[in-house]
Design a protein around this ligand. Sequence first.
Ligand SMILES: [Zn+2]
Length: 288
Amino acid sequence: MNFDSVVQLAAEGRLYPSVILYGSGQEERQQAALEIARSFLCLNPVPQRPCAVHGLEPCRHCRRLVWPAKGEELFHPDLHVLERDLRTSTSVAATKEFLVQAYSSPFEARGQVYVIAEADTLGGAAADALLKLLEEPPTRTPRQFLLLAASQLDLLVTLRSRSLAVFLGSREGLETDLIEPVSQDLAMALDAFFEDAAAIHLLSAADILGRFDGWQDPRARRPWAMAAAALVHYLEMRSLEPRQRRAILDLAQELLEGPRWRMRGITQSRLLEGWIVRWLSPLAPSMT
Ligand SMILES: [Zn+2]
């Protein structure tokens, strides 16, 4: 699912209770979490949530839904943020203390938002405490849990299976100068496909994404992240229809699962071809 639909569902109060926001950089993940929080708690009528996005003066909730900073005056009592407290993990004690707030009512807004800033550092016991809360909500108060991580593969499977995963774009720390030329060639192949619907262009798109280095190690995530980033960069180069954008983002998201399939002995070229054909062939223009 793409980010705009997620914000829309949050505004309507219909978003899945637990959402994983992954990809892109740390700052972007935090901003994405805040936008969902604002959409979820904004005082304006549904079509105008969150106010800032619709060019309105921020309401008294949206104005204070900001990332907590030391010495910061603005804060919203119904936004709870858990940051990593130990050097390598988010401790069980801190997680339990954080979650215990969900057993009381919101202070001012109609619901509460819980953000776990580095959800990939939650260990088994901390994750269990969160899962218990998701499975047996203590009250009917609307609650939104947002789990932030660079890669969803780093989250425990139990959390992933009970959350909606939303990909925010290419990961930080990837060499953009390597991505750029691949995106250029990819754009040419896909332009040709959208022109004449010939499957050969999809196979060359798979070839082009396979040009990144590092496929030898089946556990390597980097080449998959680079390929996903090239797709996202391609989206920035072309203005496509929403249906096409969605399919390409879904494809990028699927690519990040690559290492899991490589570990089962499937080659990267088969995976790339299979996924590209699956996501993109339905977008072929009808040749009448
Ligand atoms: Zn608002």
